[in-house]
Design a protein around this ligand. Structure first.
Ligand code: PAD
Ligand code: ZN
Length: 368
């Protein structure tokens, strides 16, 4: 099968036609990947922000059709349509039984770049290939754990379903699950990419009255307005903290989301929150980033809350149908997130387009 393979940090992805797939092992499922979004986290593996072993098939935002199931798999059957989840969710471990499926203990092996037993089912030129997030949706076939997918109705277009797998679950989940947005709130969103636009539409659903979108590209700010932003700030032209202060009579935002992954904007998000408000950190920083916060005037006197947000604090078995319901009810924009449909051989250009702020999401389509 064909796949885009990262062979080392800061090198272009190689498009290979010779990737061999071993059939699914016990508890695993073979997926014909129909579509995959290109997320900043894929780029972050390429540039070393997220360290993973190479060679690796990137891609973690996908949907497809079940082709074959391994021993013991009863949750899905050949022909089923599924959204792939970039965090496995076993439903039975300590965290899953506490409604924190996004922290499933089975995910511990993911940093090794293989499946749940640490090994991989892909080879190229005789050498094993790792799979990002137990998935690897930059390949037309994937062998994935059965606990890394949610069955969906067949009338949901698979390119739309793919986006739910990361950007939508993360962004909308940050607003609906992680944060505590109240009706009438002022919310700030720093970074209006594929994830940030979903934070914006999630904040709108949660009842925020003012949604201030911050980005360095005007084109992204135009998209932000389409997704529900009421005010926009170009961070290259104005200080976002000052702008949010002005819009709130000097008080600050009730909730601010950082959806970029930089130390400076994380600290800015925390500082632009009002006393008693909360900052939600969604962007993935480099591993060595440390934040500098004044303890007294962040946590004590100003009583701010700082929350991390992994995978939209989602429990995929419940949240995927919930998001599809919102989409069917016309409350969630999904098709509008797809700026470009591309082939897997165009993935390097899709990274460039993302860095230049040209797209909400590029979506890879596979033939057949
Ligand atoms: P993206 O590249 O589509 O969007 C990032 C946006 O931030 C772009 O529109 C940029 O123009 C903008 N931006 C960059 N620097 C600045 C700046 N200094 N000031 C203002 N705006 C800026 O990325 P994405 O939306 O796919 O992902 C965003 C982050 O979220 C990224 O760090 C990714 O790794 C992370 C992520 N986290 C999770 C999670 O579970 N927490 C899941 C998926 C993605
Ligand atoms: Zn992602």
């Amino acid at each position: 099968m064909k796949a885009a393979v990262l062979t080392g940090v800061d090198t272009p992805l190689e498009i290979r036609d010779d990737v061999e797939v071993a059939g699914p092992g016990p508890g695993e499922v073979q997926i014909r990947v129909a579509a995959s979004g290109v997320c900043h986290s894929d780029l972050s593996v390429q540039n070393g922000t997220i360290p993973l072993p190479t060679p690796i098939v990137l891609g973690h935002e996908g949907a497809g059709v079940v082709e074959e199931v391994g021993e013991g798999v009863t949750s899905v059957a050949p022909g089923d349509h599924v959204v792939l989840s970039f965090v496995p969710s076993c439903g039975t471990c300590y965290t899953c039984t506490r409604q924190q499926g996004f922290l499933c203990e089975q995910a511990a092996m993911q940093a090794m770049g293989g499946l749940l037993d640490g090994t991989t089912r892909l080879t190229s030129g005789g050498a094993p290939l790792h799979q990002m997030a137990c998935l690897g949706t930059f390949g037309s076939t994937a062998i994935v754990p059965a606990i890394s997918m949610v069955k969906i109705p067949e009338d949901v277009p698979l390119e739309v379903a793919a986006l739910i797998g990361c950007g939508v679950l993360t962004g909308v989940g940050a607003a609906l699950n992680t944060a505590d947005i109240r009706a009438g709130d002022t919310v700030a969103v720093l970074g209006c990419g594929g994830v940030g636009l979903n934070v914006i539409q999630g904040a709108k659903i949660a009842g925020a009255e003012h949604i201030v979108a911050v980005d360095r590209f005007d084109a992204k700010l135009d998209m932000a307005r389409d997704f529900g932003a009421t005010d926009v700030v170009n961070a290259g032209e104005r200080d976002a903290g000052g702008a949010v202060g002005e819009l709130t009579g000097g008080r600050g935002a009730d909730v601010a989301f950082e959806v970029i992954g930089l130390k400076s904007t994380m600290e800015q998000a925390i500082s632009m929150v009002r006393p008693g408000g909360e900052a939600v950190l969604v962007g993935v920083p480099r591993m060595d980033v440390m934040l500098e916060l004044n303890a007294a005037f962040t946590f004590l006197y100003l009583n701010k809350t700082v929350k991390g947000c992994w995978y939209g604090s989602a429990n995929v078995a419940e949240d995927v149908p919930k998001l599809l319901g919102l989409w069917k009810a016309g409350q969630l924009k999904l098709e509008e997130l797809i700026s470009r449909e591309i082939g897997v051989e165009d993935v390097n250009e899709a990274f460039t387009a993302m860095e230049k702020g040209e797209v909400a999401r590029s979506v890879i389509r596979y033939d057949g």
